[in-house]
Design a protein around this ligand. Structure first.
Ligand code: ATP
Ligand code: MG
Length: 328
């Protein structure tokens, strides 16, 4: 195990999806044993879209069970829920006071999410969320942060925040490096392949949820938006086909060109092959999930243990930070 620290998380805004798995979780599983790893469920971030309390609770437990079902081993990481560890929000406030408003307003994800609110409400939490994310990362002195491509800009902001703090108050935080997979770092929506697949997409047909039954997965893939050309090719002018090929390629661990090779012109066989590969990959995860979720107390025990490990690191870091900025 390297002495370096890995940190990553997903929001329990809704059930996890194939983009989360291919772009993020499968890499966490592989990388976690190689680092001192902190992996969590960011329930405080999920509050930005005001979920129903019962749903938030259910999705948090479900996310923990899914992490485990995807192969995360609590022996290799501290697995916890963000709000169970105290200190992230304290550091977020301190960082917010160092962050110019304009930097938050130009975040692409804020612009995207605030332009299409489901009920016309845009919380200021949505604007502030990259600051809390920066605090989540910096408080553990993370070296490596495996994320999907959509988080690249937030990671840059995090590095800027760390430098700004270090310059003003002396060397304190490590500048984290994002780990973005080359392939599948950005799985696109099945209904609008120019937008990324998202948990918060209001159209459920756009997203392949990890717990969707096989017939639902197949139906969604069959009705994926492509184009009217009947030509299998990779590129920005073929976003639907490129997305299907990148799902297939990353599930099979091959290059896009190899994934494309067996298919001639019609899209039906490609969609069938994608559906087969997705179902084959997700069925064992679903079976393990069904077993794990039967025992919520065992999941809670893992999360409690993870929070304890995380709290020790947070306490020592916040002690230093409070002293450096004059709160102590
Ligand atoms: P939300 O719509 O609520 O923001 P999300 O689908 O973006 O949900 P997150 O919980 O924000 O999911 O992200 C968890 C991890 O999954 C992050 O590392 C993120 O970069 C990655 N991820 C999210 N969507 C995709 C995607 N479509 N392709 C690849 N990786 C993704
Ligand atoms: Mg997101």
């Amino acid at each position: 195990m390297s002495a370096k620290t890995l940190l990553t998380a997903a929001q329990p805004t809704a059930a996890l999806h194939l983009g989360n798995y291919l772009g993020a979780i499968q890499h966490w599983v592989r990388l976690a044993p190689q680092y001192r790893s902190y992996i969590f469920i960011c329930d405080l971030h999920a509050l930005t879209v005001l979920p129903q309390p019962a749903q938030l609770r259910a999705h948090t437990l479900e996310a923990a069970a899914l992490y485990l079902a995807c192969g995360l081993d609590p022996k290799h990481c501290a697995l916890f829920v963000q709000s169970h560890v105290h200190g992230h929000t304290d550091l977020a406030w301190i960082l917010a006071c160092l962050c110019p408003l304009g930097e938050l307003q130009r975040m692409t994800q804020f612009k995207d999410k605030s332009s299409t609110p489901s009920d016309g409400f845009v919380s200021s939490g949505l604007l502030y969320y990259p600051i809390l994310q920066a605090a989540d990362i910096l408080i553990y002195n993370a070296d490596i942060v495996p994320v999907g491509h959509d988080q690249k800009q937030h990671l840059e902001l995090t590095r800027d925040m760390a430098s700004r703090f270090n310059q003003r108050y002396s060397e304190t935080f490590t500048l984290p490096t994002p780990y973005i997979p080359e392939q599948a770092g950005r799985i696109m929506s099945l209904q609008d392949p120019t937008r990324k697949m998202s948990k918060s997409d209001p159209n459920p047909a756009a997203t392949l949820f990890l717990l969707d039954p096989p017939n639902t997965l197949r139906k969604k893939i069959r009705s994926a938006v492509t184009d009217s050309e009947a030509r299998i090719a990779i590129g920005p002018e073929k976003p639907g086909i490129t997305n299907l090929l990148s799902i297939l390629a990353s599930l099979k661990g091959i290059r896009l060109e190899e994934a494309m090779a067996p298919f001639a012109s019609s899209y039906g066989p490609l969609k069938d092959a994608v559906a087969d590969a997705v179902i084959e990959a997700l069925t064992p995860i679903q079976t393990r999930y069904q077993a794990i979720i039967q025992d919520p107390q065992a999941i809670e025990a893992i999360l409690t243990q993870g929070a304890r490990q995380a709290q020790a690191q947070v306490d020592s870091m916040m002690e230093r930070v409070r002293h450096k900025i004059g709160l102590k």
